[in-house]
Design a protein. Structure first.
Ligand SMILES: CSC[C@H]1O[C@H](OP(=O)(O)O)[C@H](O)[C@@H]1O
Ligand SMILES: Nc1ncnc2[nH]cnc12
Length: 289
């Protein structure tokens, strides 16, 4: 099996350079239109697929990003490993703007998004106890370190609905009572859907601000975020460029079982399954259906 690296670029990252045979490709999905076309190509002999999460021109808000269509479209292109690159705020003094965090846990506070490919007619329950892939996350940490980026290995990401930033009371609660490290608006349900689609998922959080808890930094300022984003985006691209060499073109099964997440997940009896839903699940769950 071949490795195909899928990169979901967040705010400030709308393309990547250096791909051989780069081409923007339209992918249709039964889950609706993805955020944009997908840039496909090869880097150091490894296939890559890049999707701007908000679309080129930043069209989609965090609540309206078509998360299911995006993950389904990447799966249809043969993607095996998804790297999410996102802007985020920090709850930790030592996780400063400009630093990267390889996220390994989430608290999902989103409430206005479709969170599963499954439902009436085909019910499935996958585990997200460990929502990111340790192997892929390790490769991201190694790539970031080699690219000279200040990177923190592990952190809990609070996924909020947005689009407004948090109040100071919320920010302090997420930090002091809930023990979260960073905050953003997009990694959920993306990570859950990647698990349902049996894709390895790693999240690179690029810190742009201290949210609103920090006594010396005041409220989140979008202009300051954008200034930091420009520096972060180049570092993000440098990190991604190192991944093909680390992951290699020949893919061995995930030692953590991400690519077998559906083995025992589907509860609906075969004769009770909804044919229309099964048809939509062809890419995501075709391996087990
Ligand atoms: C530009 S600040 C708020 C915006 O940025 C982040 O987007 P992404 O995760 O796609 O990089 C954050 O989650 C908000 O959507
Ligand atoms: N402070 C913050 N809260 C939520 N999303 C963000 N994206 C960047 N900074 C953020």
């Amino acid at each position: 099996m071949n490795t195909v690296i899928g990169v979901i670029g967040g705010s400030g990252i709308y393309d990547i350079d250096g791909l051989e045979g780069a081409e923007w490709t339209s992918v249709s999905s039964p889950w609706g239109a993805p955020s944009d076309q997908i840039l496909t190509g090869t880097l150091e002999g490894v296939k890559m697929a890049f999707l701007p999460r908000h679309g080129r021109g930043h069209v989609h808000a965090p609540s309206t990003v078509p998360y299911r269509a995006n993950i389904d479209a990447l799966k249809r292109l043969g993607v095996t490993d998804v790297i999410s690159v996102s802007a985020c705020g920090s709850f930790r003094e030592d996780m400063a703007p400009g630093d990267f965090v390889i996220v390994d846990q989430f608290v999902d506070r989103t409430f206005a998004r479709e969170k599963s490919f499954f439902g009436t007619g085909c019910v499935a329950h996958v585990s997200v106890a460990h929502p990111t892939c340790p192997r892929l996350s390790e490769a991201c940490f190694t790539a970031a370190s080699a690219a000279g980026i200040t990177v923190h290995n592990g952190g809990t990401y609070l996924a909020m609905e947005g689009p407004q930033f948090s109040s100071m009371a919320e920010s302090k609660m997420y930090r002091d009572s809930w023990g979260c490290d960073v905050i953003g608006m997009t990694n959920m349900p993306e990570a859950k859907l990647a698990r349902e689609a049996e894709l390895c998922y790693a999240s690179i959080a690029m810190i742009t601000d201290y949210d609103s808890w920090h006594p010396d930094h005041g409220a989140v300022d979008i202009n300051a975020i954008i200034a930091t984003l420009h520096g972060n985006a180049d570092k993000g691209r440098a990190l991604v460029a190192r991944l093909p060499a680390l992951l290699g073109a020949d893919r061995v099964p995930c030692p953590h079982g991400c690519d077998r997440a559906l083995d025992y997940a589907i509860l609906t009896a075969p004769d009770a399954r909804d044919p229309a839903l099964l048809a939509k699940l062809d890419a995501v769950a075709g391996r087990v259906l």
